[in-house]
Design a protein around this ligand. Structure first.
Ligand code: F6R
Length: 655
């Protein structure tokens, strides 16, 4: 047997689930199921009704259906479709509308009769919305109900736009979008202030009435919500959990989105690992020990045989001998993640008896000083995610470069830019032509309340962020000659178009890497970022490294991923923990303060309205407390990293 038994799985998972290695394979499997349904109905001359979703999750599915239409003659002539939702208000011609999305990704490329396609109408008047929604339901009924419903899942757990609190009996209606959903959509709308507040959506009841439902989810950023929807209680707080009550539903996910499920996170709860085709390697032992220490609320070295036995970890005791042995092995693993010398120790400052610097592993581990490249997707992720470590690396004498991948212009409010422009205008130092231009921009803002979305405005906004980054790096001691502003084009998509990685992004990354040939690379592994920029930036690094993998310096380089403002590594994943003193925490705070334009962002970030320096401090203090509770030393704060050898990174990165 190579997996957990069905009985064991059913104790935790309340929805049938298919896990595929990649989203591409999963999308193809769903496409095959839909194609088979369409064909079988065609054979008996019957229509088929599809319920469709937008967003990034079904993109691969639609691409595959289009391919099947072109290459395998799959016809959509007997298909009627109903989309789940639409922003409100919005014109169908708006490239950000879901109607536009559906035309661009599916309808325009297949032979579905245009009059058979239905998307809620974002142009109806507010007074006509209720009637429109009732008619939408009626049309679904008249078409015979939905045969096959495609769903994605939002990070709030929404299906359609049924945000937390939507009742099970809800039907098609107008809804207010959740703050997290608006943040996730902000990338498509050029910032949160421009993102719609309302949407029309099919209700939970409408969705549950479909005869077959497939929910698709890809990527690590969906892992937690997928777990809650599958393993958690049925609750209106996570509307996807209502699917547990459907008789013919399936979640189709990739390995990254499945990562938080019990079968992967704590597989020993499903039975002996050997029976599941798994083994107690060092990583699994560490995971079990951290988990046990946290669930028992006891330091690692205080765990007893009884603790292991009662938690279902007898297996581990049998293999290692006793709790004493397991505890020691786990304790040292954790202890050895901690170092105040993240780039290695200066031989000139090393005294006999000093502890070795364990976390470094690469052939160049002993090289001192090192060339180090810190990649910061936006101009502030470096200091938010690893400001303390950055200061240390510079102080220890390494050659530290920072590569800012995108300009960050989208996150500068018009008001913030206007402050800078007014200063230039009023100072009288600008050349005549520039002064006129700047003057007219200031007037536009005053008369129209917003600046136009032009390239010029974008450029100014990027420059404001560049100055902030330069100030912050000065606080950390990075020399301005070692700061590289790449301004990757992946950041600038046409309105409504999804951002994509292109050749220009890859070659800019390649050029920077080849110029520096770093021994150590730090990159943001914050895949939960709301706008998806971090994920694309990490893709850009992966592609650049892949094309350089033959070079000796790449083989010898070590890659560390840090987390930014949004989430922390889980403790058992951390390979490097850099403790910070109270003074270092304050210095990092000063560096983050330099990013003044980003203070505005706190107004849009979730309910707690915490600014970035607060997020960074809370996170790193909490991690220090977590380490302490495991029985390790008590530090003020800790910044954490996960190691990848470039080859591992190219193979395993859970994007
Ligand atoms: C889209 C929809 C939403 C999305 C969900 C996931 O029509 O109804 O529920 O399915 O927000 O979005 P992506 O796939 O972009 O992560």
């Amino acid at each position: 047997m190579t997996g957990p038994s069905t009985a064991a799985l059913n104790r935790f998972e309340h929805v049938p689930l298919a896990v595929f290695p990649t989203s591409a394979e999963a999308s193809r499997a769903v496409a095959r199921e839909i194609a088979a349904l369409i064909r079988s109905r065609q054979a008996s001359k019957k229509p088929v009704v599809l319920g469709l979703a937008t967003g990034s999750s079904p993109l691969g599915l639609y691409a595959e259906l289009v391919r099947m239409h072109r290459e395998e003659g799959l016809s959509f002539s007997n298909v009627t479709s109903f989309n789940l939702d639409e922003y409100y208000p919005i014109q169908p011609s708006n490239p950000r509308s879901y109607r536009h999305f559906m035309q661009a990704h599916l309808f325009d490329h297949v032979d579905i009769p245009p009059s058979n396609t239905h998307v809620p109408d974002g142009t109806v008047s507010l007074s006509g919305v209720d009637v429109h929604c009732r008619e939408y339901e009626e049309r679904i009924r008249q078409a015979g109900g939905i045969d096959f419903q495609i769903l994605g899942i939002g990070r709030t757990g929404h299906i359609g736009f049924n945000e937390p609190g939507s009742p099970k009996r809800s039907r098609t209606r107008i809804v207010t979008l959740d703050a997290l959903t608006r943040r996730d959509a902000a990338g498509d709308f050029g910032g949160e202030p421009n993102t719609p507040r309302y949407a029309l959506t099919a209700g939970v009841r409408t969705i549950l009435e479909a005869r077959r439902i497939v929910l698709m989810a890809w990527g690590q950023h969906k892992a937690e919500i997928v777990r809650s929807a599958i393993e958690g209680p049925v609750t209106p707080q996570i509307t996807a959990s209502f699917l547990q009550e459907h008789d013919h539903v399936q979640f189709v996910v990739d390995r990254a989105a499945a990562g938080a499920l019990t079968r992967y996170r704590t597989p020993w709860l499903l039975g002996a690992l050997a029976d599941q085709g798994l083994e107690w390697d060092a990583a699994m032992v560490r995971r079990a020990i951290v988990w046990l220490s946290q669930t028992r609320k006891k330091a690692v070295l205080k765990l007893t045989d009884d603790d292991y036995n009662e938690a279902g970890l007898q297996d581990l005791l049998r293999i290692q001998g006793s709790a004493y042995e397991v505890n020691l092995a786990g304790f040292y693993q954790l202890q050895h993640t901690i170092t105040g010398w993240p780039g290695g120790r200066d031989p000139a400052r090393t005294r006999p008896g000093d502890a070795p610097v364990r976390p470094l592993r690469s052939p160049s581990a002993a090289t001192f000083p090192k060339r180090i490249l810190v990649l910061s997707p936006h101009p502030d992720d470096d200091v938010i995610g690893m400001g303390g470590t950055l200061c240390r690396l510079v102080e220890h004498g390494h050659e530290v470069h920072v590569g800012y991948q995108v300009s960050g212009a989208n996150a500068v409010s018009d008001d913030a830019l206007a402050r800078a422009l007014r200063f230039v205008r009023d100072s009288g130092v600008a050349r005549e032509a520039d002064a006129k231009n700047i003057g007219s921009l200031c007037e536009t803002l005053e008369s129209q309340g917003a600046l136009p979305e032009t390239e010029e405005v974008h450029k100014w906004k990027g420059l404001v962020r560049r100055q902030e980054a330069l100030s912050a790096a000065r606080v950390c001691g990075v020399s301005s000659g070692h700061m590289h502003f790449l301004d990757l084009p992946l950041y600038h998509a046409a309105p409504g178009a999804r951002r994509q990685l292109g050749e220009a992004d890859r070659s800019a990354m390649r050029a920077l890497l080849s110029e520096i040939k770093p021994h150590l690379i730090y990159a943001a592994g914050d895949l939960d970022d709301p706008h998806g920029t971090h994920r694309l930036c990490l893709h850009a690094l992966r592609d650049a490294l892949a094309s350089l993998r033959g070079e000796t310096w790449v083989k010898e380089a070590e890659l560390w991923l840090y987390r930014g403002a949004w989430s922390e590594w889980s403790t058992d994943e951390i390979d490097l923990a850099v403790p910070l003193s109270p003074q270092e925490v304050l210095r990092r705070r000063r560096a983050i303060f330099c990013h003044e334009t980003q203070k505005d962002m706190a107004l849009f970030l979730g309910d707690d309205r915490r600014e970035f320096w607060q997020r960074s401090e809370d996170r790193s203090r909490r991690l220090a407390e977590t380490y302490n509770a495991l029985g390790l030393a008590e530090y003020e704060a800790i910044e954490s990293f996960k190691r990848y050898a470039p080859e591992e990174f190219l193979r395993d990165l859970p994007l």
